[in-house]
Design a binder for this molecule. Structure first.
Ligand code: HEM
Length: 485
């Protein structure tokens, strides 16, 4: 009897292991799968060799001569998609519209499958639509938000003038500025300074510690009990607590009508009062979290990269200044100036191509079995469209390794916005905050070049090599902001 039980147990384990390492029929090519870990160890090794998961996947795709790379990370099927045609396909076809129901995404949302960024189906549709409707009233020269950004620019000037004799790490001021704009839109007020500092530190750590596929914690959630710090679990818990406190505090203020004017939270609360059952306080908290996480570092990192490139390419800085000086003089920059500041806009586009902030977009969950390039992608697989590679594809871009703003200007001197340029993704999950982000980036970059000459800090050129975790970030650098006469 005992022998039979042991034999059955051994057979079951062997069956499980064989099943685990066997790839589904017509699954995309990729490295072999090991029991329990799948391709994770190979990816980890390549990630540390190449500096980012994006580069590791690109390298593997080249090794397997494929534009559709098939992996298993822990027990999750992951497909990384390369090439403009495939990336566009994922962005536009409905079966790729889902988000994985993963531990990592749930953890990010206080253990719930709520909010906008991490959900799909009717909840996603309803709340994305609601948020987009409210974001439509900001950015692209919509006066109220533009005025807020212009006010924020004055705060940046004030900070730079107060630290005139020092070299400055632009991160110290830019990240806070974006956060204040986002919070103004969401909650109608600014975040307290000490709260803000703590929150930004945590967001920074989080972005470095995780990848789009979620890292260890996603593959083996139980690891949090053994290695709570190393797995990033403690970090996320701490960040969630901080954000939760900030949001709860402001909700109370809104309930007591202590905040003046109209903002996202008031609009959301109006829906709550109509007894719309998906409009709950918990959902409100997670949507606020989505906006802060998705909008803060993405936007400030673009401005940081822009400043880094202006320090590295002095001729580009001069060209920008000449154009600004000739076109708007000392007027406060506004979105309407984008039509006239062509070189400046081309520069901002090239910054977003050269340093693609989200090189691996997603993650997306496949809602039903589907096919890409004759490969079968099973239902519920995770798909990561590799926009970083599209932005460096030599078939689409002339000398992609070079930083050349002119590539975005056509022979008639007009700004070009090529179809294969996806800084904000595309399709139904395209970034809903793009107008706000673009307005902030434009007004702040123009405002800084208009008022200051940028010089390298302490004689050290900033590194061109980005740090790529969840999103791309510049390595810390300093600059001197010398007021123009
Ligand atoms: C330069 C700054 C930004 C970049 C590069 C960026 C990039 C992106 C990209 C590529 C996506 C698409 C994800 C996908 O297709 O699965 C996305 C989604 C999203 N972004 Fe942005 N974003 C930026 C700023 C913002 C801002 C300022 C906000 C908020 C005001 C925001 C809120 C969101 C949200 C909520 C989503 C999720 C949309 C959904 O799942 O339906 N982003 N962003």
């Amino acid at each position: 009897m005992i022998v039979t039980v042991i034999a059955l147990f051994v057979l079951t384990v062997i069956g499980y292991l064989i099943n685990f390492v066997t790839k589904p029929r017509y699954f995309p090519p990729g490295p072999p799968w090991l029991p329990f870990v799948g391709s994770s160890t190979i990816i980890q090794k390549l990630t540390s060799q190449h500096g980012s998961q994006w580069k590791a996947y690109s390298q593997l795709a080249k090794e397997y001569s494929t534009n559709v790379l098939g992996l298993k990370l822990g027990s999750e099927l992951v497909v990384v998609v390369f090439g403009e045609k495939n990336v566009r396909h994922v962005f536009t076809e409905r079966e790729f519209e889902g988000r994985p129901n993963s531990f990592f995404l749930r953890l990010r949302c206080f253990g719930k499958r709520m909010g906008i960024t991490s959900v799909d189906g009717p909840l996603w549709q309803e709340h994305r639509q609601f948020t987009v409707k409210h974001l439509k009233n900001v950015g692209f020269g919509k006066t109220a938000m533009e005025m807020e950004i212009q006010k924020e620019l004055l705060n940046i000037y004030d900070y730079l003038d107060r630290h005139r004799s020092e070299t400055i790490n632009p991160k110290d001021i830019l990240a806070k500025s974006v956060m204040n704009i986002l919070w103004k839109y969401t909650a109608g007020e600014r975040i307290k300074e000490e709260r803000l500092n703590c929150l930004l530190d945590l967001l920074n750590e989080r972005s470095k510690a995780f990848s789009m596929a979620g890292g260890w914690l996603n593959q083996w959630p139980w690891i949090r009990f053994i290695l709570p710090d190393l797995s990033g679990y403690t970090l996320i818990k701490k960040m969630n607590q901080q954000i939760s406190d900030i949001i709860e505090e402001t909700i109370v203020k809104h309930k007591n009508k202590e905040i003046e004017g109209s903002d996202f939270i008031y609009s959301f609360m109006e829906e709550m009062n109509k007894n719309n059952e998906t409009f709950t306080e918990e959902q409100l908290k997670i949507v606020c979290l989505d906006i802060l996480i998705a909008g803060s570092q993405t936007t400030s990192n673009v401005v940081e990269f822009a400043l880094l490139l202006l320090l590295r390419y002095k001729d580009v800085q001069q060209k920008l200044y000449d154009e600004i000086e000739k076109t708007i003089g000392s007027n406060v920059p506004s979105w309407t100036d984008t039509n006239r500041l062509i070189y400046t806009m081309a520069f901002i586009f090239e910054v977003q191509r050269y340093y693609t902030i989200v090189p691996l977009v997603g993650p997306r969950r496949v809602l039903q079995e589907t096919i890409i390039e004759d490969y079968t992608i099973p239902k519920n697989s995770t798909v990561l469209p590799c926009v970083g590679d599209v932005h460096f594809d030599p078939l689409l871009w002339d000398e992609p390794e070079l930083f050349k703003p002119e590539r975005f200007i056509d022979t008639d001197g007009k700004l070009k916005n090529p179809e294969h340029f996806y800084p904000f993704g595309m399709g139904r999950r395209r970034c809903p905050g793009d107008a706000l982000a673009k307005s902030f980036i434009f007004i702040v970059v123009v405002g800084l070049v208009q008022k200051y000459r940028l010089e390298i800090g302490n004689g050290v050129l900033p590194s061109m090599e980005p740090v790529i975790g969840l999103i791309s970030a510049a390595r810390p650098f300093t600059a001197s902001f010398i007021p123009r006469a």
